[in-house]
Design a protein. Structure first.
Length: 460
């Protein structure tokens, strides 16, 4: 898909909370941005809240200790401002932070008075972490002599529906607004600083894109502005082939496809927003996951076509259980699977996977371990009907292998053979998938992960 670029050499840089822990971090980021500007790049900066702030703001919305928590949030940012240093920064820029913090205090007071928090108000409260972060990043850039202006996501043109907590962008509206709000500023050589995670409805209500939404903000802006690349800066050098705590020889993946990256996001291996790469599908915009300490063109390059070895990564899915519903009377009976799924939905249990043999004598549901007991209790009603004989629960470990090569069944067979001596109970794969998930009973997850990872590394 051809997207007309706002200007040449345009990159969107997103800086996550993992590297925004103090005022000195903002300065370090600002220096990095200045280096890119001096090298001839046009830059848009997207920032997350400081490390831990979103969790604190959740307490402002829900805890009786909100005044104490509110003071902690504001104190963290005030300390960061002092560390940034504001010599030569216009007073109007400094007053912006005071106005934002005063508004947050007002909202917290209103919550105390009303004694309730609507989803709309909760989104508004959570947005303040990114807003304050954007103000400080703008101050840090100005202290480095970089012309800049900060925006909320909505001010930058990102419009969503009113699905508070996990709002959906309205692309046909956002595209024109983003270019209208930002392009002229970028062409003048200024650096827009945009709040990640935060957007808004057509009528101006604040919305958030869901946890990890700053990555999503960056790729949305890149698409609408026609950027050449998105760079996602984190505290690790790139996307790892496994969790280094489980697999000591895990390494940075050099290149991967959007499909592979999206699969890792869905599996929770990398804390991307699950929809991070959706805006870039069908474009030639690349994503680079990197760190401030990575030299040159290092990190992980993620593109539409990808490349590199056929198998890329191993992901361990922790704290799972299999709830199996067993009974000969289920055979040939219409609606049993639907009834079981509806029961899970009624009690708020997310079904991660579902398996039924062709004999129809059982149905096994993979769920989060914390939900297993609740689901079993809810399914007792079906047992009483006599359709189901028993409901059995087993704690399991699931390990996924990710790679474009898994579209070929021969790779699937090979991966399964690597763990042929382990207590494998469920295999989840469909032709065309780029991931294969293997579920085990009573197994050392580290050992299985290392076995599979060793196999992945054989391909380079």
């Amino acid at each position: 898909m051809l997207i007309v670029s706002c200007c040449k050499n345009l990159v969107v840089l997103k800086f996550g909370g993992s590297i925004l822990r103090s005022g000195s971090d903002y300065v370090r980021v600002a220096q990095h941005v200045k280096e890119l500007v001096d090298a001839g790049f046009r830059v848009v900066v997207v920032v997350s809240a400081m490390k831990g702030i979103t969790d604190l703001l959740s307490l402002v919305a829900s805890s009786r200790e909100r005044v104490k928590v509110l003071k902690e949030v504001i104190s963290k940012y005030l300390l960061a401002i002092r560390e940034v240093g504001c010599d030569g920064v216009p007073k109007g820029q400094l007053s912006a932070f005071s106005e934002v913090s005063a508004e947050l205090a007002k909202v917290a007071w209103a919550i105390d008075v009303l004694g309730e928090v609507t989803p709309r108000v909760r989104d508004y409260v959570l947005s303040f972490g990114e807003v304050m972060s954007s103000v400080i990043m703008s101050l840090a850039l100005r202290s480095q002599g970089v012309s800049t202006k900060w925006f909320t996501g909505r001010q930058a043109g990102i419009v969503t529906d009113d699905n508070y907590g996990e709002a959906n962008p309205i692309h046909e509206v956002s595209a024109g607004l983003v270019r209208e709000r930002l392009c002229s500023l970028i062409r003048e050589g200024a650096v827009p600083v945009v709040t990640g995670f935060v957007a808004g409805t057509l009528d101006g209500s604040v919305t958030v894109l869901g946890r990890g939404g700053s990555d999503f903000t960056a790729t949305l802006l890149a698409r609408h502005l026609g950027a050449s690349e998105v760079r996602l800066y984190t505290d690790v050098p790139g996307v790892m082939s496994a969790d280094p705590e489980l697999v000591p020889n895990a390494r940075v993946i050099d290149v991967m496809s959007f499909n592979e990256a999206m699969e890792l996001a869905y599996l929770g291996a990398k804390k991307f927003h699950p929809r991070t790469f959706e805006p870039l599908v069908g474009t030639d915009i690349a994503v680079r996951v990197t760190s401030l300490h990575t030299k040159g063109e290092g990190g992980t390059l993620i593109t539409e076509e990808g490349g590199g070895p056929p198998l890329k990564a191993v992901v361990v899915l922790n704290d799972l259980s299999v709830v199996s519903v067993v009974g000969a009377r289920m055979v040939g009976r219409l609606g049993t699977a639907a009834e079981i799924a509806a029961t899970a939905a009624r009690v708020g249990v997310n079904i991660i996977g579902i398996v039924q043999p062709v004999s129809e004598i059982s149905i096994s549901l993979i769920v989060n371990r914390v939900d297993a007991t609740r689901l079993v209790n809810a399914l007792t009603a079906i047992v009483r009907k006599g359709v189901v004989r028993d409901v059995v629960v087993e704690d399991v470990v699931a390990v996924s292998v990710v790679g474009e090569g898994l579209k070929d069944p021969r790779f699937v067979s090979e991966v399964i053979n690597w763990v042929s001596e382990e207590p494998l109970s469920i295999v989840s794969w469909y032709r065309g998938d780029v991931s294969l998930t293997l579920t085990f009973n009573n197994v050392d997850k580290s050992r299985v992960a290392r076995i599979l990872h060793s196999g992945v590394l054989r391909y380079g």
